[in-house]
Write a protein that binds this ligand. Structure first.
Ligand SMILES: [Zn+2]
Length: 340
């Protein structure tokens, strides 16, 4: 797909009308470039949707961008984050320190933040290398793929559930639970201006990462959740979408349907691949067979880890749909087509 994405340096804070502004906040060193932080006006100070990556340059862009639009970061009433990832929740803590704002997120992501805060570095490395071994990664690769994580985000003060109204006096901003990219990802429906903040759930040019961690979990189905969440958003009809990356776009329903088709295709192609290789395969072997944006051999250890997470999520969905069988109780865990 041809991209309309422009580099961060060409982004400017914008008045989107209806008391909604966007402020691009850079993600230093990341090809995604920037997070679009939105400010929604209220008589008691703006509420931010997401906050951006925790970095001095990002803070400069956020506080400076708000100032350009006539808002003082110290007047921010609250920060509602679409999900716990560092390019969204990273700066929320610093905004809270500067303004006394509350931080809100969905209860399922809040639970993950508590887990991350309570998790020491060594325990996290052990978790990761165990997970890679059980997926069939070779031991050297398992070692290389560990390390290099962002600090956990600030603990939220408020937890949201599906259908809750965000504390935004005089306006109606409602949480729509859209699990998939994370278990507690939310979109936010600004009902008084009929627009949808889509976070990373629906982006105009790319699709969000949907993985399963640890890879061999069989009690969740993130990709199945994601597809249902796309249907849910498609049900909103042709609303304008305000995503957390890239650019704002019309007709969220059409884009949600397109992303759904992309994953249905990917599931079909994976079924075909498994049918050609009838022996039981590890998650790592399956990931290496699938098509990524670069050849498998050129993926960094971190990107291979993410690709394996995506492969695992697709395998799990095919298992739930009855197309794939898991050989559990062996290590590494293996998968095999059921109906080849
Ligand atoms: Zn993001």
């Amino acid at each position: 797909m041809k991209t309309r994405r422009r580099p961060y340096t060409e982004q400017r804070p914008q008045d989107l009308g209806g008391g909604v502004w966007s402020v691009p906040v850079p993600i230093p060193g990341n090809p995604l470039g920037y997070t679009l932080v939105y400010a929604v006006e209220s008589p008691q100070g703006p509420v931010l949707v997401d906050a951006g990556w925790n970095h001095p340059e990002a803070w400069e862009a956020l506080s400076g961008g708000l100032a350009t639009l006539g808002m003082d970061v110290a007047s921010v009433r609250g920060v509602v984050v679409t999900h716990f990832h560092p390019d969204h929740a990273g700066l929320a803590g610093q905004v809270r320190e500067a303004s006394g704002a509350w931080i809100a997120m969905h209860e399922d992501d809040a639970a993950l933040v508590r887990l991350m805060i309570g998790y020491a570095g060594d325990a996290q490395d052990t978790f990761r290398s165990d997970m890679l071994r059980r997926a069939g990664a070779d031991p050297d690769e398992a070692r290389e793929a560990s390390g290099g994580r962002a600090a956990p985000p600030a603990q939220p003060d408020r937890e949201l559930r599906d259908g809750d109204l965000v504390d935004l006096p005089g306006r109606r901003l409602r949480a729509v639970h859209t699990p998939g990219h994370t278990p507690g990802h939310i979109c936010l429906h600004l009902e008084d201006a009929d627009r949808l903040f889509t976070g990373d759930h629906v982006l105009p040019g790319i699709t969000p990462h949907v993985g399963i961690y640890p890879y061999d979990r069989d009690d969740v189905d993130p990709l199945g959740d994601f597809l249902r969440s796309l249907d849910r958003v498609a049900g909103f009809g042709p609303l304008d979408a305000l995503p957390a990356h890239e650019w704002t776009f019309p007709n969220v329903a059409a884009r949600a349907a397109e992303i759904r088709d992309h994953h249905e295709d990917k599931l079909q192609r994976l079924r075909a691949l498994l049918a050609e290789r009838p022996e039981p395969l590890t998650i790592w072997e399956v990931a290496a067979m699938m098509t990524w944006n670069r050849p498998w051999d050129e993926l960094s250890p971190m990107l291979r880890g993410m690709a394996a997470g995506e492969a695992a999520a697709h395998l799990r969905t095919l298992e739930v749909q009855g197309h794939v069988r898991r050989h559990a109780g062996v290590e590494p865990v293996r998968f095999q087509a059921l109906d080849s």
